[in-house]
Write a protein that binds this ligand. Structure first.
Ligand code: COA
Length: 355
C-alpha cells in the first residue's frame, strides 16, 4: 500500500478502515416502472419497504464489473495502489466456479495477492470485514481490500413482486490497513452469528450440489415468494418475507448491542447505526428495540433498494457524503441475511473521502 511503508505483513494489529468506494450501475428502475410490469404500486412499495428506486445492471455487466469499479474507488480513497489481500462478499458470483475475487484482484492490477469470496448473503460484507481484520490481526496481510458486490437482478424471479420490489444491484468496498486499536477507523471485535435451522427462509434452491440444474426438468415459474413445487428446479431467490423481517429485527438489535458492549459503549454513546438496508420498517424496528433515536440510523434504501452485500458500504458512503456521518462518530455496522447469518461491528468513523 503506498503511503503506508511502515505497514508490513507480520506486524499483526488492529484493522483500520482507511478508504471507501462505491459503484452503482447507471440504469434506475422506479416503483412506477415496476408497476407497469407487475401487480404492484409506488404507494405499496413505499409504505411497506421505504424503497423508491433501485439500480439494475445491464445484461453485459457482471458482479466482478461492479466490484472492480468500487474497489478502484476504495483504493483511490485510501491513496493506495496495492493491498496484500482481497476479500469479496457476494451471493451472485460471476460463475459458480472459480471465485470472483481473483478476477477482481487481477483487473485491479493487484498482482498475485490472496483473493477469495465469502458467502453470507446480506451479512456478507460484515463477514468479509471480519475476515479482512483477521488477516491483519494474524499478520497475514498489512492491508486488505474488502468488497461487497451483488447483482441480484440476475437471480430474481421476473414474476415475483415481493423480491423485485426490494432488491437492486451495486457494489461497495473499503480498504483496511494495519494500525493501532485507538486510531479513528479501528474496527472493534466483530460480532458474528448464524442459525442454519432457518436456512429455508432465504434460498436459491437449485444450481448447487443438492439440486444441480443439469439433472432438473423444466424451470418453474415461481409465484411471489412461494417455495414452489419441490419436484421442479427453482433457480430464483426466494424469501419468507415475514419470518425474515422478524428475525432480522431481533438479530441485528442483539448483535448491535453486543458489539456496542464490546466497544465499551452505552446505547446513548452510539452516534450512528449503519444497518443493512433491507427495509425502512426493519431499520426503525431495530432502532426502537435498541431504544436508539431513529434519526441515528442513516437511510439509503429509498434510493437504491436492498443491495445485499453492497448495502453497508453504499450506506456509509451516502451518509458520509451528505454529512450524516462525520469523523469521530461512534458508529455501529450491522447486517442480517440468509443462512441465517448476522453480525455487527463498532468503529469510530475516520476522516476519509468516499469515492
Ligand atoms: N406489491 C403489492 N403487493 C405485494 C408486493 C408488492 N411489491 N409484495 C408482496 N405483496 C403482497 C403479497 O403477495 C401478499 O398478498 P396476499 O395477501 O394476497 O398473499 C401481501 O402483499 C402481504 O404479503 P406479506 O409478505 O405478508 O407482506 P409484508 O407486509 O410482510 O411485506 C415484505 C412484504 C417482503 C415487504 C416484507 O415482508 C419484508 O420486507 N420482509 C423482509 C424482507 C427483507 O428485507 N429481506 C432481506 C433480508 S436480508
Amino acid at each position: 500500500m503506498s503511503g503506508a511503508a511502515a505497514v508490513r505483513p507480520g506486524s499483526g494489529s488492529a484493522a483500520v478502515l482507511c478508504g471507501l468506494g462505491t459503484w452503482l450501475p447507471p440504469h434506475a428502475v422506479t416503483n412506477d416502472d415496476l408497476a407497469r410490469e407487475l401487480d404492484t404500486s409506488d404507494a405499496w412499495i413505499r409504505s411497506r419497504t421505504g424503497i423508491g428506486t433501485r439500480f439494475i445492471a445491464a445484461p453485459s455487466t457482471a458482479t466482478s464489473d461492479l466490484a472492480v469499479e468500487a474497489g478502484r474507488r476504495a483504493l483511490k480513497s485510501a491513496e493506495a495502489d496495492s493491498v496484500d489481500a482481497v476479500v469479496l462478499a457476494t451471493t451472485t458470483p460471476d460463475h459458480p466456479c472459480p471465485a470472483t475475487a481473483p478476477l477482481v484482484a487481477a483487473q485491479l492490477g493487484l498482482g498475485t495477492v490472496p483473493a477469495f469470496d465469502v458467502g453470507a448473503v446480506c451479512t456478507g460484507f460484515l463477514y468479509a470485514l471480519a475476515t479482512g481484520a483477521g488477516l491483519i490481526a494474524t499478520g497475514t496481510a498489512g492491508s486488505v481490500l474488502v468488497i461487497g458486490a451483488d447483482t441480484y437482478s440476475r437471480i430474481l424471479d421476473p414474476a415475483d413482486r415481493s423480491t423485485r420490489a426490494i432488491f437492486g444491484d451495486g457494489a461497495g468496498a473499503v480498504v483496511l490497513r494495519s494500525g493501532g486499536a485507538d486510531e479513528p477507523g479501528a474496527l472493534g471485535p466483530p460480532v458474528l452469528g448464524s442459525d442454519g435451522t432457518g436456512s429455508d427462509l432465504i434460498t436459491v434452491r437449485s444450481g448447487g450440489s443438492r439440486e444441480p440444474l443439469h439433472t432438473a426438468g423444466p424451470i418453474g415459474t415461481g409465484d411471489g415468494g412461494d417455495a414452489g413445487d419441490a419436484a421442479r428446479p427453482d433457480p430464483y431467490f426466494r424469501m419468507a418475507g415475514r419470518a425474515v423481517f422478524r428475525n432480522a429485527v431481533e438479530r441485528m438489535a442483539e448483535a448491535s448491542l453486543m458489539a456496542a458492549r464490546r466497544a465499551g459503549w452505552e446505547v446513548a454513546d452510539i452516534d450512528r447505526l449503519v444497518a443493512h438496508q433491507a427495509n425502512l420498517r426493519i431499520l426503525h424496528a431495530v432502532a426502537d428495540r435498541m431504544r436508539l433515536p431513529r434519526h441515528r440510523c442513516p437511510v439509503h434504501l429509498d434510493q437504491v433498494g436492498n443491495t445485499a452485500a453492497a448495502s453497508i458500504p453504499l450506506a456509509l458512503s451516502y451518509a458520509a457524503a451528505t454529512g450524516r456521518l462525520t469523523p469521530g462518530h461512534r458508529t455501529l455496522l450491522t447486517a442480517f441475511g440468509g443462512g441465517l447469518t448476522w453480525g455487527a461491528c463498532a468503529l469510530r468513523w475516520p476522516a476519509l473521502t468516499p469515492m
